[in-house]
Design a protein around this ligand. Structure first.
Ligand code: ZN
Length: 74
């Protein structure tokens, strides 16, 4: 009688497709990550594209003066 070793094939149940910590964090004024279809860069409405509010950086765009927002379309 030949003893067949039990095959230990565990199904991978861990999927980390939703959360990717290596991605660039979004600014508060961003509506979607850069490169998202249907979105585009626009001038930050809060600072008007200057990237600064008073003496500090604009909190909405993170000082870049631009935000990624959805583009109106079909
Ligand atoms: Zn801004």
């Amino acid at each position: 009688m030949s003893a067949v070793p039990p095959s230990s094939d565990q199904p991978a149940g861990g999927r980390d497709a939703a959360a990717d910590p290596s991605r660039t964090p979004l600014n508060p004024g961003d509506q979607a990550p850069p490169g998202t279809p249907g979105t585009g860069e626009d001038v930050c409405p809060r600072c008007g594209g200057s990237g600064r509010l008073g003496a500090s950086a604009c909190p909405d765009c993170g000082g870049s003066g631009k935000v990624n927002v959805g583009i109106g379309g079909a």
